[in-house]
Design a protein around this ligand. Structure first.
Ligand code: 26V
Length: 816
């Protein structure tokens, strides 16, 4: 029996060079003179993949030996970012690889640029899932992550005449060297049809689901390596036609009908849906959710039974984490499998189910809480609807036993019957889980006060908080080599696995030589960012400017337009008042708007219009620049965070569940201007209030303001400066005569302003003045920057995963 050490998997420069050439010759059939950049990248990726798999195979051996309790992470979205650089770091062969390539007259940086990242998520939620995989792997937690292999990821964004234009993301176009297809790991998934209820001779009820159609899900595995550690698998399901269903058509000689059916089956995993308001009617989206849940649960059960265990003990060996409600159809699906397929009694099955799942909520926005029309579920998953009703009726009986009022019961019901009947997926996930968590202290508190209030009263011990974290290996070690080297020079390399070691930097904030080095590193990163900006937009940025950045999805609650109002106030000062005292600043924006989100798309147009005006005005453009970076992605993000001086985290308090960009900026030495929202609260607590630029209403104040009746127009009317800025939105200078262009934004802010921009405007402007004041004193700024980085230990995803292990999963690491 061969061990796992067969083949050329050495880590020396020579080994890497040999492997690279072997892949080029024998896997791709190319010679260097005709190899394309993609051939070279692919050869290196394949060589690295061998080494990654060697580590992964080792962890498999260990899992099998130890029979440990493990985690299955279910997420409809992942945003892993480019794999190559991260794997080189984790294998500790970055330098060896660079040298091996240099000897072949190749530049590692050029090859790294070639990688097209998998954009299999919308933003924060998908990126969080990937940070957690990095930490699970590094910490050696027995785990597997399941998701969907979308053929097209999040749409590609271009800016044309200032507007967002979407196109398909063909991320698989050049092939994907990181994944391996597992044809033998495939499962059937049924849809539609009806159920048949029959009684046997003992009067026992048997329920059979006679489906209307069937598809097959096949596993595609991507190994995710940990740092100095083994790896875990990201298992993504692709939909294909099943043989059995094509067969009937073939027999009738209807070849085309069979192929058509095949195409329809493959539609399920074609494309990722953007976060859009009108998802609830989208049948294909529900199909995607059920499809991946169904495959994943069958796989989990397969793994469980493979070890010779009984299904009654599923919850002892596996815990399944639901990343938001997207996979929450797993609750009735596991019940169906246990009761209908494996013939368990309902009560026993329910006990196993409720002890298996845990649910993470990622948003309180009412429009983002998933609800599926009952009629849609009935058509697509008739058996599941019956099971949901059964779960609900038992749950309501329990509530009656606890003397809940009729009002409370209808509020808590899984079925909302106030309009068209819908299933409240957050309630389903809550009832079917042993633990529920929010993603920051503030958000978890609000979850218990607002969306799941009644449930928190019923089951206070089921609710907890796990504050989000980010992987500092990707977002500092890989993406900011300059700062990383400086850190390691001062405090050693332990921070790579123990981020709280950064505390050791605090005393250096008083060291002038260190501060100078700190600022030099930042300036170098700003030059790099300026180069990126030039390449992507053609705009010149002087790297000495204050680089003030807001990158995240475009949404009204995140208030990119508040930032725009501030920029316009500066513009008017420079232009009309000839004020040249403002420190030169580059305002950098980036982020995608949901294709159907009218206001978000207007906000992009507003940013680019302000950019056009300012960047082309010689009176202003020495002092101000405005940039919109197109197609924000993990890859681009890795250039942005290191080069930022100021991080904008300015959502209306109570709306941003956590935010994770806030952490990535601070980790790279940017200072934050922000509200008391999401994880900002905890970041400020950690770095110290004197090292954080705070503004705006608190959550309670927002609530009170709204309760008292909020009148944005009054605030506008009473603030001369704000008034001028608002009127400028309609000016010919900005709109070039199209005065209707920004009317929707203008009217919204003046008369509704649901996210309180008018209210928070003055406080924001004043805090920005303070930012400028501190910026004038670069030594002070550098001190604050150092202290921010030194105190970011809490926000490593390693800490988050440890919290999940202790508070929720009760899972332990496997010693490597
Ligand atoms: C979904 C939708 C769908 C309907 C239209 C508006 C809308 C807005 C947002 C969402 C996102 C829902 C889930 C989500 O991505 N939440 C994010 O999760 C991150 C990781 O926990 C967290 O840092 C972000 O604050 C949170 O917005």
């Amino acid at each position: 029996k061969p061990g796992v050490e067969v083949g050329n998997i050495g880590l020396s420069k020579e080994d890497i060079k040999t492997s690279f050439l072997e892949k080029l010759f024998y896997s791709l059939g190319r010679i260097p003179v005709v190899a394309t950049p993609n051939d070279l990248y692919t050869s290196l990726a394949l060589a690295v993949r061998d080494r990654v798999f060697r580590k992964y195979v080792k962890s498999l051996e260990q899992y099998a030996e130890e029979d440990a309790r493990g985690v299955a992470y279910l997420s409809a979205e992942y945003l892993p970012g480019p794999h190559l650089g991260n794997n080189l770091l984790n294998l500790e062969i970055m330098e060896e690889t660079r040298e091996a390539l240099a000897e072949l007259n190749l530049d590692l940086e050029e090859l790294l640029k070639e990688e097209v990242e998998p954009g299999l998520g919308n933003g924060g939620l998908g990126r969080l899932a990937s940070c957690y995989m990095d930490s699970l792997a590094t910490l050696g937690i027995p785990s597997i992550a399941y998701g969907i292999r979308y053929e097209f990821g999040i749409f590609k964004q271009e800016i044309k005449e200032g507007w967002q234009v979407e196109s398909t993301d063909k991320w698989l176009h050049n092939g994907n060297p990181w994944e391996v297809i597992r044809p033998e790991i495939s499962f059937e998934v049924k849809f539609g049809g009806y159920t048949e209820h029959t009684r046997d001779e003992n009067d026992k009820l048997h329920i059979e689901w006679i489906p209307g159609s069937e598809v097959k899900g096949t596993a595609y595995d991507t190994p995710i390596l940990g740092y100095q550690s083994n790896g875990i698998i990201l298992r993504l399901w692709k939909a294909e036609a099943t043989e059995s269903f094509d067969f009937a058509a073939y027999n009738l000689g209807d070849y085309y009908r069979a192929v058509e059916k095949k195409m329809r089956s493959e539609n399920i995993t074609k494309v990722l849906y953007p976060n859009d308001e009108n998802l609830s009617g989208k049948e294909l989206r529900l199909k995607q959710q059920y499809f991946f849940v169904c495959c994943s649960l069958q796989d989990i059960i397969r793994l469980h039974l493979l070890q010779g265990r009984k299904l009654e003990s599923l919850h002892e060996k596996f815990t399944i984490q639901l990343n938001d409600t997207h996979p929450s159809i797993a609750v009735p699906e596991l019940m169906r499998l246990l009761v209908d397929v494996y013939h368990m009694e309902w009560d026993a099955a329910w006990m196993v189910t409720c002890k298996t799942f845990a649910y993470t909520n990622h948003t309180l926005l009412p429009e983002a809480l998933e609800r599926w029309p009952v009629s849609l579920i009935r058509n697509l998953l008739p058996r599941h609807l019956e099971i949901i009703y059964e779960i609900n009726s038992r749950f309501i009986n329990e509530l009656r036993g606890h003397n809940f009022t009729g009002d409370q019961i209808s509020r808590m019901s899984l079925v909302d019957e106030s309009g068209e009947p819908t299933i409240r997926m957050a309630h389903l996930a809550t009832v079917g889980s042993y633990m529920i968590n929010g993603v920051s202290a503030l958000h978890s508190g609000l979850l218990k006060k607002q969306v799941l209030k009644d449930f928190a009263e019923l089951w206070p011990n089921k609710f907890t908080n796990v504050t989000n974290g980010v992987t500092h290996r990707r977002f500092l070690a890989v993406s900011n080599p300059g700062l990383s080297a400086l850190l390691s020079e001062k405090i050693g390399k332990d921070w790579l696995t123990h981020l709280d070691k950064l505390k050791g930097l605090e005393s250096y904030s008083e060291d002038e030589t260190f501060r100078r080095k700190w600022m030099e590193v930042k300036l170098e990163n700003k030059r790099n960012l300026a180069t990126q900006i030039k390449e992507l937009t053609g705009i010149d940025i002087n790297p000495e400017m204050l680089i003030d950045v807001q990158v995240k999805r475009i949404h009204e609650y995140k208030r990119q337009h508040l930032k725009v109002l501030h920029i316009l106030s500066l513009y008017l000062r420079v232009k009309k008042e000839k004020d040249t005292s403002i420190p030169p600043t580059a305002f950098v924006f980036g982020g995608k708007a949901a294709p159907g989100y009218f206001m978000a798309k207007r906000i992009i147009k507003l940013i680019t219009a302000v950019g056009e005006l300012i960047n082309n005005d010689p009176e202003v453009n020495k002092i101000l620049k405005v940039v919109f970076l197109p197609n924000f992605s993990v890859k681009l993000a890795q250039h942005v965070y290191p080069g930022a001086d100021l991080s904008e985290q300015i959502s209306m308090a109570g709306k941003e569940a956590s935010g994770t960009g806030n952490m990535k900026f601070a980790l790279n030495g940017a200072l934050t201007i922000g509200t008391l929202d999401g994880a900002n609260v905890e970041i400020r607590e950690e770095v110290g209030e004197e090292n954080f630029f705070l503004f705006g209403l608190t959550t309670d104040e927002v609530e009170n303001k709204k309760a008292q009746g909020y009148h944005p127009y009054k605030i506008y009317a009473e603030n001369e400066n704000l008034k001028k800025v608002m009127e400028f939105l309609l000016s010919d200078e900005l709109t070039r005569g199209d005065t209707e262009l920004f009317k929707p934004i203008y009217n919204n802010l003046l008369h509704q302003d649901p996210y309180l921009l008018m209210e928070d405007y003055q406080s924001y402007i004043e805090q920005m003045e303070n930012v400028y004041h501190v910026w004038q004193d670069r030594e002070k700024w550098a001190k604050m920057s150092i202290l921010n980085v030194a105190r970011m230990g809490k926000f490593s995803s390693d800490r988050s995963i440890q919290d999940y292990c202790e508070k929720i999963w009760k899972v332990e690491a496997i010693k490597v």
